[in-house]
Design a protein around this ligand. Structure first.
Ligand SMILES: N[C@@H](CCC(=O)N[C@@H](CS)C(=O)NCC(=O)O)C(=O)O
Length: 232
């Protein structure tokens, strides 16, 4: 059976890491049985990040490589029927979610002072003393450094939220009234889209990204539909 290494669930979400939730959602959508690793420690992950899966003794890190691996070894029930043009669109939307909107969410969770307390409580509550006295601030510092190096961290707060809101508008307009992002049938893009959108709509930070996402009824309906279909 496939073993999934990820962070513990938080905020009533399967995972507060959208990358982890993406892989768990994909496993459910593809009908692949899995179990959670006990005591998973991200410092021991091959690339220092979660998610990671273990399958037949092989460790596979990174959500994108995990899904590629699962398709190659367990079949491709979701994306096999996609045309090259649909695959191209799926990749572009995935990149928007993972390489751009993700950083706006990181900023809101780790960079905005009034949100930091909520993030800290969710992500570090289980840490024993004395680690919980200094580890959260160290991790925060490294997240903010990564955000600055990526580039989004150099913008002003209003600018970062405007960038994220534009992504959300594009997602809502592209989804329109389709049941899934690429039409009538689910694809692996929905594992990513659901994970990232639920992590904006259903997290406890009442931030401008959430307020903006909630103005699009189709995004809320989509997440409810995904939840009912794959996490009932
Ligand atoms: N490209 C990776 C990104 C995974 C990622 O950024 N994971 C974050 C949580 S959302 C992580 O494990 N961070 C731990 C750290 O940086 O120490 C993927 O697709 O899996």
């Amino acid at each position: 059976m496939i073993t999934l290494y990820q962070f513990p669930p938080a905020w009533g979400l399967p995972n507060a890491s959208a990358f982890c939730m993406k892989v768990e959602t994909y496993l459910r959508m593809a009908g692949l049985p899995y179990q959670f690793a006990r005591g998973a420690d991200v410092r021991k992950a091959p690339k220092g990040k979660f998610p990671v899966i273990e399958d037949n003794g092989k460790l596979v890190p990174d959500s994108g490589f995990i899904i590629d691996y699962l398709k190659a070894t367990h079949g491709d029930p979701l994306d096999g029927r996609l045309t090259p043009a649909e695959q191209a669109v799926a990749l572009a939307v995935r990149r928007l979610l993972e390489e751009h909107l993700y950083w706006c969410v990181i900023y809101s969770r780790w960079g905005v002072e009034e949100h930091w307390a909520i993030t800290k409580a969710a992500f570090f509550a289980g840490l024993p003393a004395p680690l919980r006295w200094f580890v959260p601030e160290l991790v925060r510092k490294s997240q903010l450094k990564a955000l600055y190096r990526q580039g989004i961290g150099r913008h002003a707060r209003d600018e970062i939220y405007a960038l994220g809101k534009a992504d959300i508008t594009a997602l809502a307009d592209f989804l329109a009234d389709k049941p899934f992002f690429l039409g009538e049938q689910p694809s692996s893009l929905d594992a990513t889209a659901y994970a990232f959108l639920a992590n904006i709509l259903w997290q406890p930070l009442a931030d401008p990204l959430q307020a903006h996402a909630r103005t699009f009824a189709n995004l809320g309906r989509y997440c409810e539909r995904m939840k009912a279909s794959y996490y009932a």
